[in-house]
Design a protein around this ligand. Structure first.
Ligand SMILES: *Cc1c(COP(=O)(O)O)cnc(C)c1O
Length: 429
């Protein structure tokens, strides 16, 4: 952090062009995501989409979704995003007698998972008198569940995944006890892109009378289209019996601006546990659906805009592009001695690294990829791996990437090179 003494508010303002030029200069060292060389952090559907997002976001950059009576436009947009998402995630394919699906927007996947955890804690407390709640999830479940556990005093019980990277439902069943308030599956998991056996997890939860959340933050706006294209055949959404909530990030494969995720609940009574309402202060009745008070209108407007701009045919095209690119990357990895795919990924997200023969050091390969073509993959462990979230924007560079990958493997193969830096950083403080 810069010294405070060096960094006082300027005594005099400067003109807008100067300020914007300084911002451009600050961006000088940022990774070039436009060229498809960054994975996981940015999802790019092309310049036309980016232009739309910018214009829609700017149009609502001042409006505040804290009060939709003042800004009914934002209320309407949120309603539209939630209902459109519910339609994609199986709301109208649910078993007879299921409750009504209700949902909310949040600022992102993390906040959706925080809310799912808090709702489960409150439900366990109110209906079952659980005072020391726990939740059961696979080691592949997102880190945000540990954040939720920490914030809300819920124990996170992590259960090792199977060799293919999927949740081990039998072992998870063994970890469930009378204080378990939530069972979690991912569709797909972030680290290795594997869809957990959601049908079995839903059945496990239903049998024990506990809630089941599907973390489809990554897959919520991808898997429905891959399913239509015939590339995904397993069941993983709200239509699965026993699934009580699901989260999907519009700012990932929905190709929206950052700051929009959706959480849906399988019945209205459960959904009502999420909002917070108080009148216990001098400011009157205050209600808020999620963590933040003031909520920016820009990301909501941009999210609404991109759903309508792309439509089903647009998302199908983008899903097909991403799937083709991911398939090419996967087959290149599988055909290259020295490296291997981790687990059995189901969609367009995969992790890869050394194949265990010792000829390649995974993180040296990561360094070599940056050197060869500026390809920036997040590092993960355990086991050591490089993380590729392949999206539509990668389709046009995938051949170049695959050729650089083969060369980079040759660079580091048998060289005995071992990257000195073993750090694995996906989020920073
Ligand atoms: C990205 C992701 C999250 C967290 O979402 P953020 O938007 O980064 O807060 C949670 N779960 C999965 C599976 C994810 O891919």
């Amino acid at each position: 952090m810069a010294d405070i003494a060096d960094n006082r508010l300027p005594a005099h303002g400067v003109d807008a062009d100067t300020v914007l030029a300084r911002l451009d200069a600050l961006a000088g060292d940022d990774r070039d995501w436009r060229g498809g060389r960054v994975f996981s952090l940015v999802y790019n559907a092309g310049d036309d989409v980016l232009d739309l997002l910018t214009r829609a976001g700017n149009r609502f950059s001042a409006e505040n979704a804290l009060n939709t009576m003042a800004f009914p436009s934002l209320g309407r947009m949120q309603h539209d995003i939630v209902t459109i998402t519910a339609g994609l995630l199986g709301a109208d394919r649910r078993p007879a007698g299921s409750g009504r699906v209700r949902g909310y927007l949040t600022s992102g996947g993390t906040e959706s998972l925080l809310q799912a955890t808090k709702t489960a804690r409150d439900r366990g407390r109110a209906e079952r008198g659980v005072t020391r709640p726990n939740m059961v999830l696979a080691t592949s479940g997102h880190a945000a569940f540990d954040k939720a556990a920490h914030y809300f005093d819920v124990q996170a019980r992590r259960v090792p995944v199977r060799p293919d990277g999927a949740a081990d439902v039998g072992a998870m069943a063994d970890a469930v006890d009378d204080d378990t308030v939530l069972v979690i599956g991912s569709a797909p998991s972030y680290p290795q892109g594997v869809i957990d056996p959601i049908t079995d997890l839903g059945a496990l939860a239903a049998e024990r009378g506990i809630l089941c959340h599907v973390d489809a933050c990554l897959g919520g706006f991808l898997l429905p289209f891959l399913a239509t294209l015939g590339h995904v055949t397993t069941s993983w959404d709200l239509a699965v019996p026993g699934v009580t909530s699901i989260s999907a990030d519009l700012h990932k494969y929905g190709y929206a601006s950052k700051g929009v995720s959706v959480i849906l609940y399988g019945d209205a009574a459960l959904a009502r546990l999420q909002p917070f309402v108080t009148s216990n202060w001098l400011g009157g009745l205050y209600g808020s659906p999620s963590m933040a008070g003031t909520r920016p209108g820009g990301p909501i407007a941009a999210g609404w805009a991109v759903l309508h701009y792309l439509g089903e045919d647009g998302y199908l095209r983008l899903a097909a592009d991403a799937h083709r690119a991911a398939g090419k990357l996967r087959s290149t990895i599988e055909a290259t001695p020295g490296i291997a795919v981790r687990g059995a990924p189901d969609a367009t997200v995969l992790a890869f690294g050394d194949d265990g023969t010792g000829s390649v050091d995974t993180f040296s390969l990561g360094d070599a990829l940056v050197e060869r073509g500026g390809w920036f993959f997040d590092r993960q462990s355990p086991p050591d791996s490089l993380h590729a979230t392949v999206h539509a924007g990668h389709a046009e560079v995938i051949d170049e990437l695959c050729s650089d990958l083969a060369d980079a493997v040759a660079d580091v193969s048998g060289s005995g090179a071992r990257a000195a830096d073993r750090g694995t950083t996906y989020g920073t403080v």
